[in-house]
Ligand binder design. Sequence first.
Ligand code: GAP
Length: 463
Amino acid sequence: MPKVTMEKIVSLCKRRGFIFPGSEIYGGLANTWDYGPYGVELKNNLKKIWWKTFIQDREDMVGLDASILMNPKVWEASGHIASFSDPLMDCKKCKERIRGDKLIEERISIEAAVGKTLKQISEIIQKEKLPCPKCGATDFTEARSFNLMFKTHQGVIEEESALVYMRPETAQGIFVNFKNVLNTARKKLPFGIGQIGKAFRNEITPGNFTFRTREFEQMEIEYFFDPAATKWENIFDEWKKQSWNFVNDTLGISKDNLRFRDHEKDELSHYSKGTTDIEYLFPFGWGELCAAAAYRTDFDLTQHQKFSGEDLNYSNPEDLKEKIVPHVIEPSFGTDRIALAVLLDAYNEEEINGEIRVVMKFVPALAPVKVAVLPLVKNKEIITGKAREVFNLLKKKYTTEYDEGGSIGKRYRRQDEIGTPYCVTIDFDTVEKDDSVTIRDRDTTNQERVKVDKLVEYFSSKL
Ligand code: GAP
């Protein structure tokens, strides 16, 4: 069967209501995407599973929901004002603005671009005569640093003092609330704080659908520990495992399409002493899916302590005299990017009775709709009435859809394309003979008859 392509996924997402181009009726706004009826269910399910796995099911984790807009000093302290930038160049002929490192990545290799200084980037592009992606010319300005944070103004006066930034990572909301959480959640080290929320980056080269956008959602954890009590490598390795298990086992992304990649020393973020990503084999090649673990040391808390003047030490409850600034391991997941990998990985084309069907094989927990209830015909009240009864029974427990439009074959195809694990059909036998329905399994297309009063029990072992 042919492999999934980005074009196929973009088209299915639009056709079936997963993801639409942003502001479409106004001609769109480049690289913005809106989640449609099934996309929002998929993304909400992803966030729900993440929250349950990493926050609710663990005694050493608590949650948080911090503001997007923060005091600008946060970004001074965190180093984002000084260091959160990309190497930018302009084509002297057509004025196209490009990211120097991306041009090297695309034209030579990812390895050739990793960790290069501005000067080295300019030199490589000049020496290799790399062409402008728009006009093909080979004459660029020198690479210079471009800060990725979006700026806006708070209040009605657009002056320097009202300048605020849209957060480029959710992590800083966690660090600045460290003391509040410590005082209220009464956790002992090691413990973690997690949150889900939007982040904004004025990316120079957004693209590949929702892979790199300027507005996106993150699911981040800051896991605090005492490096004298536990070696950082142990906690780092444990989080690598947990992150891998989450994307592979829990979300069902095939392990053949996943790999770890350690960051090179000179590629590390300004706060990190070691980072391992999980990469996914996207149709355009291997790309970062999430940061499985990053060792941020005590960098952030120490900086915030310095800039805010607040004491952000942790006291051991058994010995209050002993104070430390905890160190941190950070697993960081991009919600939209993982949703994209889930969509790509679930996509299958199969031949059935000489026809090709497209089927999205989501794990049931991620599927936007769990069960579809389909009356065999729509113009017989006896059938539709019974179907409504079954729908009302199931919708209390599962996201259920009632669908009576079109032939049964067409309705199966539609449910396959949105990845509904089970279709329940109500036919004449249901109402005239056995009070049973036909359940069709999405993946095998096998069908079985189940009594209506056994339906909830049947699905409780499967969904
Ligand atoms: N707090 C650490 C941090 O933000 P990162 O590697 O820059 O680390 C973490 O981002 C994750 O967020 C990435 O692995 C990716 O899943 C997602 N992400 C980052 N930038 C993104 C963008 N422009 N569009 C979509 N997702 C993005």
